[in-house]
Design a protein around this ligand. Sequence first.
Ligand code: ZN
Length: 300
Amino acid sequence: MRATLVEVAPRDGFQPIAPFIPTEEKVAFIEAAHAAGLRRIEIGSFVNPKAVPQLRDTAEVLHRTAHLPGLDAQVLVPNARGVALALEAGARHLAYVVSASEAHNRSNVRRDVASSIRDYGEIVASLPAGVKVRLNLATAFDCPFDGRMEEKLVLSRLDALLAQREEVEVGLCDTTGRADPEHVFSLVSACLARFGGRTRWAFHGHDTYGLGLANVAAAWRAGIAVFDAAFGGLGGCPFAPGATGNVATEDVAWMFSRMGVETGVALDALVAVANRAAALPGASPGGRVRAAMTASCTTA
Ligand code: ZN
């Protein structure tokens, strides 16, 4: 049994941190995560630098990490302009984001969902061969403005999106962290039953209410084997008020190792990276395994 972890701290985790993290340091984090065994890393995003100034150096980070063996570097792109910039910078794996919720899509990418879906269709039709796509469905469970998302609505969004291209990895994102394990199990099961085998599924969880890991376990039981996570539990979407960090990569890796599921991650090395990330000025770290593995205690 094997699960794939997608390290998203350099994008989802760094973006809400106000003090600029020097490019050098971002590159060092990615090198350290790679050395700890992580191969899929979301290294940044091609969004408007005025909206997310922290990630304005993504092209350079991409360039300076290109030498890492086996690194599958993914970048987030919110629109056609982001796609053009990403391709120009040499990106080969794009993560496009659409929200299930109308209100969140407007707040996140300033367009209605129908426009985002139309743009997505045009983008995938014009991509050069060999460029991989991760399609992130934000607010797949819950929206900061509209609350719980109806499963019917979410599936209809996926109908429209997967009609454009079936061969894609879809990330079901619990943007607010308000999903619960029953909800995750139910939606993942419905997706796997409804859509064909050419689509791969991933789960992107936030730990806002402490259910991040439980939700990962539920998604795994329902048949998902790709999980987004951020070292140090960094995160918090600037466009999802109140949302805190992603589920911590070291927590997910720990859980899977206890369950006998391989992730390829060296935990000690990853915990060292997570501790460094947690100490970044302006960071609000999360997760439990970091403290547990760093502390030395004697108990009965
Ligand atoms: Zn997120």
